[in-house]
Design a protein around this ligand. Sequence first.
Ligand code: TXA
Ligand code: MG
Length: 318
Amino acid sequence: MTIVSKDITKAVQILNNDDVVAIPTETVYGLAGNIYSERAIRKIFEIKQRPFFNPLIVHVHSLEKAEELVSEFPLKAKKLAKAFWPGALTLVLKKKANIPDIITAGKDTVAIRIPNHPVTLSLLKELPFPLAAPSANPFGFISPTKASHVEGYFKNSLSMVLEGGDCKKGIESTIIGFENNEPVLFRLGSISIEDICDVIGEVKIKNKKEIAPEAPGMLERHYAPKTKTYLVENIESFIQDFRNKKIGVIRFSETMNLSNIETLEVLSKSGDLNEAASKLYSTLHKLDALNLDMIVAEVFPDYGLGKSINDRLLRATK
Ligand code: TXA
Ligand code: MG
């Protein structure tokens, strides 16, 4: 049985005992453990059924703590850290030798971020070690943005979810790494690429083949509902071929005629991509529980967080 509770002291106890606690962040909930506890980290991989070649993100509460973990902090990485931390930015930097190989899948780099959530920042300040935390979903499933999503996934294998309310951003962090000191985008996420470029100028965007399996956020099938999902330009014409099916529809801002549709979810009536991003996963969770024949989503605008939403929806269709 999993306890869902706001008790930070209890979470500290469990983590000090080499065990795992699900923690809230502003992006998605994470499955957290002491980076120096092999037992805790193995448990994270085991209950998530995550392959060991897929490295974890390390969470700290201050820039100083991040600096203790890396051997190089390029100028552009510093600028990004100053602009966006605490926040939904993960930096992949050259690691110090004291970071266990199981965290980084044997790489010479480590992924780090300072999450922007008051509960988890308080927790991190009470712990003598950083927390490794992948998203708190079984490998390949939709990421959790509510404590109840995590509880639903790990009822039998997790002792505690630290309750922190609904995740405000709702999509994972944006991941930036460096090659020859130049910034490279590893994963689209909750901070738009336009906002990153405003701080450091041009960022190289790796194509999928170059990225995998370095950042398996880029693995093709990921974030997927159980229900067959489609991403289409024109919903009305697409669903004409499926007259007798139970269909759940996801749209950005406009409503539509409901005759052939079981459920319609409009992610932002006011046309705000941030609001739409924050509701994407909870909407997928909700539709996935309705025993629909299919989920049909419309392609979102290809700028700002629309790009990140399209990225996740495309993966949900695989
Ligand atoms: O918003 C988030 O980033 C959430 C919250 C909990 O912080 N965490 C998250 O973790 O999304 P996860 O494990 O689901 O995704 C981490 C991504 C993976 O795609 C992994 O391959 C990549 O980060 N990653 C980790 N270390 C890396 C490294 N050294 N080099 C390249 N990619 C790395
Ligand atoms: Mg994940």
